[in-house]
Design a binder for this molecule. Structure first.
Ligand code: ARG
Length: 279
């Protein structure tokens, strides 16, 4: 069934990849011995910023800090819903210092930040959609953090177990096409093979109309997409997925972040959404 989904302008927080690099390996994509082209990474990142702005979205930036090569992955730093910010506590020691400049950015922007008591990697593993917050665990964010998120936002958190190390964050295996802010349950796309059998069943029950994507699309970072409800900013390698989305009435906007794939990240990883209104 084809329809014409309606876009909604978003407020995004991003971080320029001036000091981006792969210096350590905390997921299977990362190979510190392979070269990273910082100039290319910067050009790709700027193209993503331009694509967002060209479609009416607001992009704000937090200043990059030397020595923090993964700081570009803004999604990991918080979940913000209704102007309430739940911050980050990284699993890897290498990434823990990143929380400081992001917390400072939120304070300067007028938000208070609730600090997690257990490992929690922001929108990397926490995805609000419809009535729920879908929450990944298995590699990074803990179930204890899921519980904290439910208490903080007063929204039902649905814990999902990730089982494939290539899809170590929920946002590498699942994204929101329609966040349901108009009152419905919303709509998601995901790669079932990234989830435990029970979690797969939960997703099938909650989202019977979800778009299911292959492992090939997921390995091309196709599930690490950002949708405004109509335009889907998606990795150009995820061709089957983009074709399915176009058939459903969405408008795929291909943006190539191949340099960031070397760190295990893509479009969504570089993008945090600041949701100011309660939903
Ligand atoms: N190298 C980073 C890490 O492993 C990549 C983070 C990607 N971010 C994301 N939201 N999936 O932590």
């Amino acid at each position: 069934m084809s329809h014409s989904p309606v876009p909604r302008p978003r407020r995004f927080l991003m971080c320029e990849p001036r000091f981006f690099d792969v210096r350590y390996a905390i997921n299977p994509w990362m190979h510190p011995e392979a070269p990273v082209h910082v100039g290319r990474a910067q050009a790709q990142w700027r193209a993503l910023v331009e694509a967002y702005r060209a479609h009416g979205h607001t992009v704000e930036t937090v200043a990059p800090v030397p020595g923090l090569p993964d700081m570009v992955f803004a999604a990991n730093h918080a979940l913000t819903v209704g102007g309430r910010v739940f911050g980050s506590l990284f699993r890897a020691a290498e990434r823990r210092p990143e929380s400081v400049p992001y917390t400072a950015w939120f304070k300067d922007a007028g938000f208070e930040v609730q600090q997690p008591g257990s490992v929690c990697e922001g929108e990397g593993d926490l995805v609000p959609v419809g009535r729920w917050v879908l929450a990944g665990t298995g590699f990074r964010t803990t179930r204890q953090a899921h519980h904290e998120v439910q208490e903080y936002f007063g929204r039902t958190v649905v814990s999902l177990t990730l089982v494939d190390p290539y899809f170590y964050h929920l946002d590498t295996a699942l994204f929101v096409l329609d966040d349901g802010r108009d009152g419905g349950d919303g709509r998601i796309a995901y790669h079932p093979g990234a989830f435990s059998p029970g979690s797969r069943e939960v997703l099938a029950r909650l989202y019977p109309d979800a778009v299911l994507a292959s492992r090939e699309d997921a390995m091309a970072f196709g599930l690490n997409s950002v949708s405004d409800g109509r335009h889907v900013f998606v990795a150009p390698g995820a061709t089957a997925l983009a074709g399915r989305l176009a058939g459903l009435g969405y408008l795929p906007v291909p943006v190539d972040l191949s340099e960031f794939h070397k760190a295990g990240g893509g479009i969504k990883c570089c993008t945090q959404e600041i949701r100011e209104n309660p939903s």
